[in-house]
Design a protein around this ligand. Structure first.
Ligand SMILES: [Zn+2]
Length: 283
């Protein structure tokens, strides 16, 4: 007889955090009675293997991999995590489509940066879920909320259990680190931050992509960060592009005095300036 709800022990959540050379990204292993569900898979070969070693150390089989969003620091290492296991890699159609669409471009960008550490072949989602769908794995219920474009060209988040108190949030909020805005969906991202702030309980535990865990009060900080960045780009004097870039960095490091993931924010300045019409894109 299958155990009734409430009789299953709470899954244990293990976090694997990479070094800075792997973009300081988290992946999570949700340990159930008889197996492991991974949430995201890190960026590099080394970190994908380290994640697999964590699974081996727990001495339980990997049962599924869930993907939060379409950025390579969350899906690149999945191929090493999964190895030859026959397990589903689960994502929404939007996340899957963007990963497949953008992967050749990520290859062009990441190969020179990471060399052999960027996996030669990447593993893409193999099972598609729709918004609100629940995946039941060994007594653990994981439900996806499909957000659409936001921090990446397609974001989703996953809830463990049915109370929205344990959340795998991807990169909707960063934990006092700089953020990536280069994909240009900042308006949609601000919309998600408002929605999640409204809909999630104040004491929810947010397992995020970089740092954490945090609580929903961080949605306010992330909103301020995104708005400040947009204002900094808009108000910079783009007749002098180098000065404009320096002014944006100055403003953002005053708001958030850390260099953690600063390169992500710096990479975002020119694309967002072009998108906002501050500068003409180079043709
Ligand atoms: Zn990330």
């Amino acid at each position: 007889m299958p155990p009734r709800k409430g009789e299953m022990p709470e899954p244990n959540i293990h976090r694997h955090t990479t070094g800075q050379e792997g973009a300081s990204v988290n992946a999570y292993l949700v340990e159930t009675s008889n197996g492991i569900v991974a949430v995201d898979g890190t960026l590099t070969v080394t970190d994908g293997r380290a994640l697999r070693a964590r699974v081996a150390a727990l001495d339980k089989p990997l049962l599924a991999v869930l993907v939060t969003h379409a950025h390579p620091d969350h899906y690149g290492g999945i191929v090493e995590l999964v190895g030859s296991d026959d397990v589903p890699v689960v994502a929404t159609a939007g996340v899957d489509a963007v990963i497949r669409r953008d992967d050749p471009l990520k290859e062009e960008i990441l190969r020179p940066m990471f060399g052999d550490e960027w996996p030669r072949e990447r593993m893409f989602p193999s099972r598609i879920v729709s918004d609100g769908e629940t995946v039941d794995v060994d007594g653990a219920s994981l439900t996806v909320l499909d957000l659409g474009p936001g921090e990446s060209p397609h974001d989703s988040i996953w809830f463990l259990g049915d109370e929205r108190r344990t959340v795998f949030l991807g990169d909707q909020v960063y934990d006092r680190k700089h953020a990536y805005l280069a994909d240009g969906f900042h308006d949609e991202w601000l919309g998600h931050l408002d929605r999640l702030r409204r809909e999630l309980p104040d004491d929810a535990r947010l397992h995020i992509g970089h740092g954490g865990p945090v609580t929903p009060s961080r949605f306010d900080d992330q909103r301020l960060y995104v708005e400040t960045f947009l204002d900094a780009v808009r108000s910079a004097d783009w007749s002098q592009p180098d000065n404009a870039r320096a002014a944006v960095v100055e403003r953002m490091t005053t708001l958030l005095p850390t260099d953690e993931l600063l390169f992500l924010m710096e990479l975002s300045i020119d694309p967002v300036a072009a998108r906002l019409g501050s500068v003409q894109p180079v043709s």
